[in-house]
Design a protein around this ligand. Structure first.
Ligand code: AMP
Length: 215
């Protein structure tokens, strides 16, 4: 199965993708992470400002990543497609990457909760685990250190109020129509992203289980 997460910033795509990866083994393909590893000043600036990166580069990165053998049995796609033009790349590259079913999960979150999550978010660049200093249940055990691999945690340069506001507005303008488009095709499931990660994970497992039963 291929699971695609679409949501506003800070709804928990990254964390839930890691949890699914850990339990089911599907690789976590994060467009944001793929872009963060690109050594190019223009791309770095776009990431810092929360601006969308060129579709051509994204299509190339995705094609390369999804053609690897670990994606044959399924993958978790985090952060794509995010605008209407990317739907054709999704249909061309992602839906054709293997013969598995495609399920789209939309994580719903309010602007206010997203803001709190963004400002407290700390990430591990080594293993991808995500923590939050503003939510006691999501803090790392030792401040600034990853519970999972012991590496240093960082605050992403785009995790600031100004960039968040821009990214949320872009979500409403560019990504909401993508959700509407997929809803018309019937394979979209909504999950509340404002509950704890464990609760959201259980709700996703119900969808995945139900989907497997039906297909
Ligand atoms: P994320 O890690 O998903 O929050 O994405 C971080 C940043 O990567 C975004 O603010 C954009 O600058 C860029 N980005 C991620 N996904 C896409 C996409 N599908 N299209 C264009 N830019 C993207």
């Amino acid at each position: 199965m291929n699971i695609t997460f679409i949501s506003a910033p800070a709804a928990g795509k990254g964390l839930l993708s890691s949890m699914l990866n850990e339990k089911y083994g599907f690789p976590h393909v994060s467009i944001g992470d793929l872009l963060r590893s690109v050594d190019d000043e223009k791309v770095k600036k776009q990431l810092e400002n929360g601006e969308f990166v060129d579709n051509g580069l994204i299509a190339k990165l995705l094609k390369e990543r999804l053609s690897r053998s670990d994606c044959k049995e399924g993958f978790i796609l985090d952060g794509f497609p995010r605008n209407m033009t990317q739907i054709s790349i999704y249909e061309e590259v992602c839906e054709k990457a293997n013969d598995k079913k495609n399920v789209i999960i939309v994580l719903d979150i309010s602007r206010e909760i997203g803001e709190k999550r963004i400002l407290g978010r700390r990430v591990c660049l080594n293993c991808g685990n995500v923590y939050n200093d503003l939510f006691p249940s999501s803090k790392s055990k030792v401040p600034g250190v990853c519970d999972h691999c012991g590496h240093e945690l960082i605050q992403r340069t785009d995790d600031n109020l100004e960039t968040y506001e821009h990214r949320y507005d872009t979500y409403l303008k560019e990504t909401k129509p993508v959700i509407d488009y997929f809803e018309a095709h019937g394979n979209v499931y909504h999950v509340d992203g404002s509950v704890t990660a464990e609760e959201a994970f259980q709700n996703i497992e119900k969808i995945i289980g139900g989907y497997n039963d039906k297909h």
